[in-house]
Design a protein around this ligand. Sequence first.
Ligand code: ZN
Length: 495
Amino acid sequence: MRTTASIPPQRPVPRAILPVAGHFPVLWRRLSGGSFLFLAAVSVAFLVALPASRGAAAQQALVYDASPEEGAPIEVALQRLAGSATTLNGQYVRVTSNVLQPGGEPVQGKNGTSDFRFDAAAPTTADCITDAAACSAFDAVNVYYHIDRFAHEFWAERLGVDVDFQVDVTTHIAGSGGFAIAPERTMKIAVGDIFMLNAALSDDVLYHEYTHLMAWEVGWKSDRDSPEETKALGEGYADYFTSTYTNDPRFAEWVVTCPDRQHCEGPANDNEFRRLDLDQSEWNFQFGEPSQTLRYGFCLRFHEGDGKCKASFNNRTPQYTWGMIWGAALWDLRGVLGADVVDRLALEGMRRHARDTDFSGALAHLLDADFALWEGIHSDTIRDVFAARGVDLASVVSVENPDEAASPQPRQALISVWPNPAAERIHVDAPIGARIVLLDAIGREVLTAEPVGAHGATAGRGGARAERILETAHLPAGWYAVRVGDVVQPVILSR
Ligand SMILES: [Zn+2]
């Protein structure tokens, strides 16, 4: 069956009924007039109720649909378990418990069977760190279900990524939240502490951490020593891919908690949490100078453990607050171009990022990806949306020469670049004596035009000018920028 319907960005509602669908080969076909039609050749999908006793790799389990906020656990069938399907070891994910399985083996079904219907743990299971009886294997089952579903439905089926790795997740770690160690393909999920509940029960935390792994797998090797802006990009993408999958701009709204402050005195609590539908003027990168006071959420509480009053912002560090700006820009773009376009664009952007990519460089990569996927038809929209969040291309082409940086000339109208898109050559009209550089999408100089003398120059507003030509026939098609001093003009080379 062939249809022009696009794949919905939201995940399907899971129930005890198991949707059995074929795969969704996705085709992009160029139509005349520069528009594109999204074609999904969807094989017939049908619903079938699987008896619990059949199907070695689809076993019954209890999980939360999203988080405990949405109600009681639901019954689902676990997919893609290996072998006899009696442990949480599957194609995409393997889950252990730091407390229940200290040897690191995958968590087992009830009494060695493939029945994974455990009772839900209390939302706060800090006690389980010291008392294994307070831990429930439910947490591990919940992690398996959500990671397996996200890997399969979203990354493999929807975006076509070859997900050829298994992530090893450990639940019941002491502390708050979760983290991913991409080179090791591991994730650690904490049981919660004074300001957070059990992260294993929060679908968005799991999707977020998994996206960090996926970024690494598709080639973006950032690490702990990467610059702050690069780390912020990582958080922004992790939030974006979570929100586009859940179709919900809110992040961690359940897992963040603020218990009773008792006698502690201080400013009022502010239960703001991380989200991507953010005010544009406040959550703005301001072209490299974001506000120093970006923060969100405030909680003051009494901690019985040490008898002290403790205060916490949900976050105030640039890695996360700047990350929210990047995630918000992608979310804005999704509102304009739709999830089908922006999900692919963001994936292809990540493939191009390096361990020190900054916001401007990342924007250049998105433009380059747009060119590669769709011949740059969204280029203006992408630039407009990111400019509204205070992100432009300036620092890709940051000026190394302080004399050029100190130039008193106005930024605008100093150069003319044509045609655009260009093919064999690019004409540049610029002040005499200026060094003209052509940069590729990752900011490398690929061509220069040396300054010329007065020959061929014309005098006019802004002083003597000259036209020069950059020969570009040998360069691959893609997104480039002409830089003259601190003035930058994007140009696309098409073939
Ligand atoms: Zn993160």
